[in-house]
Write a protein that binds this ligand. Structure first.
Ligand code: GTR
Length: 381
């Protein structure tokens, strides 16, 4: 095992799998080989070993029901829509309540979809009684973006319930039928974000080709898994996602969360197979730069915060560096900049964006502003 010094204080604990090297030892040297061979291999490994497999895609029973009549909000600048996204399966019914603020505009608008992992009343705040920067709908609308949000708990409760509640119970009512690669809760939340995309495809006020999925922390892990699978999202944003998100597992970052710790604290997040890698990171056939790479050649943005050592900031950055060769196969730039940047100096020169914000573990207005800058640069040329 070689070790490699990357940034001060952060040494790779073991060799990192090469994102381009196929299982039979060849190098994916073109976009065609990446798409036909290497990308499917990596996606399969993440399904089998990390997040688990979904038993269902878009349900045939999916339907959209208004919760309230559309109304003008944000000082008359936007239309608010509230929609229940409903589905049924052998175990009953599920429902995701979606809130959307869509700027009034002559043409369909680009959109940010927040996977909200904090209380919906306070953080989504559909009536905008006390707007919170976690979901800054007013700022998004002012810059021409629709602001959509749903609560992850609508899809699946964030608790280890034995996979009987939420969408797991709807589509697999007998938990004994689960296998070591059955979907965990992060995969369920990501599935929910794809159902929001199904609604977007039915909404003429929104431009379905310019949709970003955004998540913070456990929501950031979810956004990455969603963007990896669902190529309808043009931009995937991981805010402080850490372990199981953008952070490289093989980087030696003692203050950050490990696979053993995350599986102990949150036994429902990943599939059963993932548990065998606690303390054995070097045996995991993937690392998290490969999750970032699954988004290629689309846009991806990873952000960290200076006080968020638990998320392992240099490991989040390094995944972007190591995923970059995949964008090059398409003749595109991935991350522009190979050294860990100073705080508050975003790297936005390529298709991978990165910044390290001054402050704590949070989704702050600074983060949103940088995501909008990045989207402006790519979508409003
Ligand atoms: C922590 C967990 C992290 C992160 C965070 C959050 O307790 O260890 O992986 O997901 O919660 O979601 O805020």
């Amino acid at each position: 095992m070689g070790s490699l010094v990357l940034v001060a204080g952060s040494v790779l604990a073991a060799e990192i799998p090469d994102v381009l090297k196929t299982s039979d030892g060849k190098k994916a040297d073109s976009a065609a080989v990446w798409e036909a061979v290497r990308r499917p291999e990596i996606l399969e490994l993440f399904k089998a070993q990390v997040f688990g497999r979904n038993p269902v895609g878009r349900p045939a029973t999916l339907r959209f029901e208004p919760i309230a009549a559309d109304r003008e909000m944000v000082g008359g600048k936007a239309i608010r829509k509230r929609v229940n996204i409903r589905y049924t399966g052998p175990g009953g019914e599920g429902c995701i309540a979606l809130t959307a603020f869509i700027p009034k505009a002559p043409k369909p608008v680009p959109t940010f979809v927040l996977i909200c992992n904090r209380s919906s009343e306070k953080h989504i705040d559909p009536d905008r009684l006390a707007p919170n920067p976690f979901f800054p709908a007013e700022e998004l609308v002012a810059r021409g973006y629709a602001a959509l949000a749903f609560h992850n708990g609508d899809v699946d409760p964030d608790a280890h319930d034995g996979f009987t509640n939420g969408v797991h119970g709807v589509f697999q009512p007998d938990p004994k039928a689960r296998t070591a690669d059955s979907w965990g809760t992060i995969a369920a939340w990501a599935w929910g974000a794809s159902r929001v995309m199904d609604w977007i495809e039915s909404e003429p006020l929104i431009d379905r080709t310019r949709v970003a999925v955004v998540g913070h922390s456990r929501g950031g892990k979810t956004a990455l898994w969603c963007g990896a699978n669902d190529t309808r999202f043009a931009l995937t944003i991981s805010n402080d996602s850490g372990c199981g998100g953008a952070k490289l597992n093989r980087m030696d970052l003692p203050k950050s969360e490990s696979i053993a710790r995350i599986n102990k604290a949150f036994p429902h997040w990943f599939c059963e197979n993932f548990k065998q890698y606690g303390g054995r990171e070097d045996t995991l056939p993937v690392d998290q730069h490969m999750l970032v790479a699954l988004v290629a050649p689309r846009l991806v943005y990873v952000a960290s915060a200076t006080q968020d050592d638990w998320a392992g900031q240099p490991g989040e950055f390094q995944s972007c560096v190591l995923a970059t060769p995949v964008w090059r196969l398409y003749g595109k730039k991935g991350l522009v900049g190979e050294t860990f940047p100073a705080a508050d100096t975003p790297l936005q020169g390529g298709c991978i964006g990165y910044h390290l914000r001054t402050g704590k573990h949070d989704l702050a207005l600074y983060d949103w502003e940088r995501y909008m800058d990045f989207a402006d640069a790519h979508w409003k040329k």
